[in-house]
Design a binder for this molecule. Structure first.
Ligand code: NI
Length: 160
């Protein structure tokens, strides 16, 4: 490269940009195409109908999945076991009935329409005097008994 050529390049680079103060995008590529349509059109579901489709207690069913999270339905009756989830926050929303969420330092009663998020790492035990229908929202793969494995552990819940 000649000295004259180099001087020209340096001169061009040092010209102040007065117009906008920012660099315009001059990418010659066409804009990216729109994303493909979803494979299935959205369809509605009904909580009452979904809850009517199973009878077991403490056996969550997956009814929806989005953004790495799952919506599960579970029927509680009686006391569950003390456990915690090391990495997952867990939301409980009561659809029908009521139950108590026991923590080591307090107890919270949830009635229909109430919801609660149990933060990761917090020990909890749901207890239901009568059958209660609960919607759970938690990361996919969250195990119902958390850090405990016993007869009620369900590693792979069924889908409804
Ligand atoms: Ni839990």
């Amino acid at each position: 490269m000649t000295a004259a050529r180099l001087g020209f390049i340096i001169g061009a680079l040092s010209v102040p940009r007065r117009d906008t103060g920012y660099l315009r995008c001059t990418d010659p590529r066409p804009p990216s195409p729109p994303p493909p349509p979803p494979l299935m059109s959205p369809d509605k579901a009904n909580l009452t109908e979904k809850f009517a489709a199973f009878n077991e207690h403490w056996s969550p069913k997956i009814v929806a999945e989005l953004n790495g999270q799952q919506v599960k339905l579970s029927k509680f009756k009686g006391p569950f076991i003390w456990h915690q989830h090391e990495h997952e926050d867990e939301m409980f929303l009561v659809h029908r009935g009521s139950f108590r969420m026991e923590f080591r330092d307090r107890t919270v009663t949830l009635n229909a329409g109430d919801f609660l998020v149990v933060p990761r790492g917090v020990e909890h035990r749901p207890v239901a005097d009568e059958e209660v229908h609960v919607v759970l929202f938690e990361p996919a793969g969250t195990v119902n008994t958390g850090n405990v494995r016993d007869a009620r552990t369900i590693e792979n819940p069924a889908r409804l």
